[in-house]
Every structure is written in structure tokens, then in C-alpha cells.
Design a protein around this ligand. Sequence first.
Ligand code: DQA
Length: 138
Amino acid sequence: MRILIINGPNLNLLGKREPSIYGNAPMEALLPQLQKRYPQIELHYYQSNIEGELIDKLQEVGFAFDGIILNAGAYTHTSIALLDCIRAISTPVIEVHISNVNTREEYRRHSMIAAGCKGTIQGFGLDSYRLAIEAFIG
Ligand code: DQA
């Protein structure tokens, strides 16, 4: 089973960025832990701050991989292009957020991409990514 985790803008700063919301751990610490815990999965990771690059990556793997875990960062709330892309590919996408966006600013409460996703996991810190893997492996 091949699963790709995609992180969008500013998520390269995890561990440094607003630690009271996003925690102290960088993504680089989480990925080996996940790979160790789920040896049966081929886990891949991609991060970009650029909307078009996220779309390119979704298109690249979106007919071959078994699952995509997407934290689109702030593009979650704005990007019709990401929604169209998620709908265009055949690989199922799970939307993930580290924070619970429903408890934050009003403008974070709407997800533009949710309608194209299999489901959403949010509010569990970095464990949200693991829970998304669990959702894929059943
Ligand atoms: C986020 C929530 C978004 O609203 C925000 O723009 C992010 C991170 C999260 O993981 O909690 O960049 O997707």
C-alpha cells in the first residue's frame, strides 16, 4: 500500500511555527515513527508552499497511490483549484488538520476541499496524520 502525505504552505515550519497551536515537533520527527509503526505501508512525504506544486503532486500520484493524506494549510479555505484536482484524481484523499479549525477564526471554519475528500481528521495534533493512516488501512 502506497500512501503520500502532502503538506501545504507554512507546514515546513512545524516545530517552530506557533507551537501553542501546532506543537514543538517537526514533520521530520513524525515520519520515521509512522514508517516504523506501519512497516506494511510505503509512506511518502511531500511539502510545498506553492498551490500549483501541490496540484502537480496530486496529479502525479493521484492515479497510482492507494491514499493521499492532505493538509492543505490555508489553501484549505480558499482553493477551488485543489478541490477540482482532488475530484479529478482517482486516489482517495483524506483532509487533515493539526488544529481543530472549528474552534479557531471564523475564516478557518469553511473547507473548500472537504467536498472532494473521503473524510476529514482534525484537532489531534500530529496524531491526526496517524489517524488518517488508520482510516486508510481500516
Ligand atoms: C492547518 C489549519 C489551517 O487553517 C492553517 O492555515 C494551517 C494549518 C492545521 O493543520 O491545523 O496552515 O491546516
